[in-house]
Design a protein around this ligand. Structure first.
Ligand code: PHE
Length: 331
């Protein structure tokens, strides 16, 4: 009897094991019941009562164990087991990373490799080697963040600095794209920020011509914005290219008819480009009589704006989850 009182179980399997041990047809109590036949008649009454009490005690005990187990371990009323599970939250890639990668992938297919460099740079790599005159306004405090004056250390204002580094390290043919963050001392608004991202490109070899540049940029525009995209090149000026141009693509929204996005012109400006100025090649020790090259540079935010129609540049750096979640399904 004391043995029955002291029984203990922690889960349904253990309870079932106890039932088999004591109460099943081959269990201990059934065995005692079978032995009852052999008990002397004058003892039958007393032993019969004890046996019945034992059986009742064992049955009650098992029932009690079952109840206890079900209440404490198994079913917790505070949990609704029919409620659907929360899906795992997976992060999304930032829209600028998506667009940067897309740009890089297109140029990688065209044979360009990736070159990267530091964001904190000296004057030579950002301006000097790129044919900027000493009094060029970009070198002014108004446009550039200076870290140190003597010798000059700045936050790079374009990734052309990486092109200078590449020209210093590699021999032509050179074919690289330089993605990265750049800094300009501008008031923050919907249309300007003190930092943004660029992908610039450089190709130097024998007999590289403006026609090669145009063809690569047309291919890029069509892969980025669709096969019907048109491009146009307008003459422009950069200290490090000659001739220089700015490239427009036919408006991605109205397809060139004229709308509010392209301000009625049918065209959207997306990048600057040109033939590398011989002075720039010479500054990096490349013989400008033997080699020619082209360069181009674009803003990743600008391309992302056109692709996803984001109107306010600040959204890219505010980390508002509602904005970032929009891009979950994009790739
Ligand atoms: N470096 C220029 C800029 O930041 C872009 C550019 C690169 C223009 C290469 C022409 C050639 O605006």
């Amino acid at each position: 009897m004391a043995e029955i009182e002291g029984l203990h179980a922690e889960n349904a399997e253990q309870i079932e094991a106890l039932r088999i041990k004591y109460l099943s047809k081959k269990g201990a109590i059934s065995a005692l019941m079978n032995d009852f036949r052999t008990v002397a008649p004058e003892q039958k009454r007393e032993i019969g009562q004890k046996l019945n009490a034992l059986k009742t005690a064992a049955t009650d005990k098992l029932e009690a164990l079952k109840n206890q187990y079900q209440q404490t371990d198994h079913i917790d009323d505070s949990i609704d087991l029919t409620r659907p599970a929360y899906p795992d939250e997976v992060g999304t890639r930032h829209p600028l990373s998506l667009v940067k990668q897309e740009i890089i992938d297109i140029f990688a297919r065209l044979g360009f490799s990736i070159a990267e460099g530091p964001e904190v740079e000296d004057d030579w790599h950002v301006y000097g080697a790129l044919n900027f005159a000493d009094d060029h306004p970009a070198r002014d405090m108004q446009d550039t963040f200076f870290i140190q004056q003597n010798p000059i250390v700045v936050l790079r204002s374009h990734t052309s600095s990486v092109q200078v580094r590449t020209m210093g390290q590699q021999k032509p043919p050179i074919r690289v794209v330089c993605p990265g963050r750049v800094y300009r001392n501008e008031a923050i608004s919907a249309r300007a920020h003190c930092f943004f991202h660029q992908v610039e490109g450089l190709y130097i070899d024998k007999n590289v011509s403006f026609a090669d540049l145009k063809q690569v940029l047309l291919q890029f525009a069509r892969e980025m914005f669709g096969p019907d995209t048109q491009i146009r090149l307008r003459p422009s000026y950069f200290p490090f290219t000659e001739p220089s141009a700015e490239m427009d693509v036919s408006c991605t929204l109205c397809k060139g008819k004229g709308c509010s996005m392209c301000k009625g012109s049918g065209w959207l400006e997306i990048l600057g480009c040109g033939m590398v100025d011989p002075n720039v090649l010479e500054a990096s020790g490349i013989d400008s009589k033997e080699y020619t090259g082209y360069a181009f540079g674009m803003g990743v935010e600008r391309i992302a704006n056109l692709k996803y129609r984001v109107k306010d540049l600040r959204l890219f750096s505010e980390n508002d989850q509602r904005f970032l979640d929009e891009f979950e399904a994009a790739h």
